[in-house]
Design a protein around this ligand. Structure first.
Ligand SMILES: [Mg+2]
Length: 191
């Protein structure tokens, strides 16, 4: 069985929303980036926490999850955002550009149907700030069908915290051992 995916959102997770007065967290450094399709003289200002790169790498290096971007930054996540956090090139979920005015056009996160198809029967831990109750129901139903799915939902005004990644590690270390794979604890089990 393949390692589960670790799906990573950016806006509201790595780039928290500014406060009402426009201020951004002191932990985050400002950068100007030029997303695909935008003119070089019209950059977008973002803010990133340099500690997030090492925190994410600690999880990625375990090899227990396969990381992938899942964000409306699409390919720019790999080419623009990842390098600012010293992250290696990661695959991304190839999300479309729907003509929608809300992130929950059907009562749940617009990305979800695409993620569902992209995952197939893979297990996943998905970090995004914008899930609804219906997304949590979806995750519970996937898990019940043997496709363990964990949703982690940071506060978009705070973004990713170390505790979220602790939750990822706890979850991936407790996943059932796939049938046929050698169980690490098999030698200790009583007959
Ligand atoms: Mg988001």
């Amino acid at each position: 069985m393949r390692p589960p995916y670790l799906l990573l959102d950016i806006d509201g997770v790595l780039i928290p929303f500014p406060d009402a007065d426009g201020s951004t967290p002191g932990t985050h450094a400002r950068h100007d980036v030029v997303p695909t399709g935008r003119s070089a003289d019209d950059p977008v200002t973002i803010w990133l926490n340099p500690a997030h790169g090492p925190m994410l790498m600690d999880v990625i290096r375990t090899g227990l999850v396969t990381p992938a971007w899942c964000t409306s930054w699409r390919q720019d996540a790999t080419t623009l955002i990842g390098p600012l956090l010293d992250l290696p090139p990661l695959p991304h979920v190839d999300l479309p550009r729907p003509n929608i005015t809300t992130s929950h056009p059907n009562g749940y996160l617009w990305k979800r149907d695409h993620v569902d198809a992209w995952l197939g029967d893979a297990r996943a831990v998905w970090i995004d700030d914008d899930f609804t109750d219906l997304d949590h129901v979806w995750a519970t139903e996937r898990t019940a069908r043997g496709m363990e799915t964990l949703l982690i939902q940071p506060d978009p005004r705070v973004g990713l915290h170390a505790e979220h990644l602790t939750e990822v590690r706890t979850w991936m270390e407790r996943l059932p051992v796939p049938t046929g794979a050698p169980a690490a604890s098999s030698g200790n089990e009583a007959a």
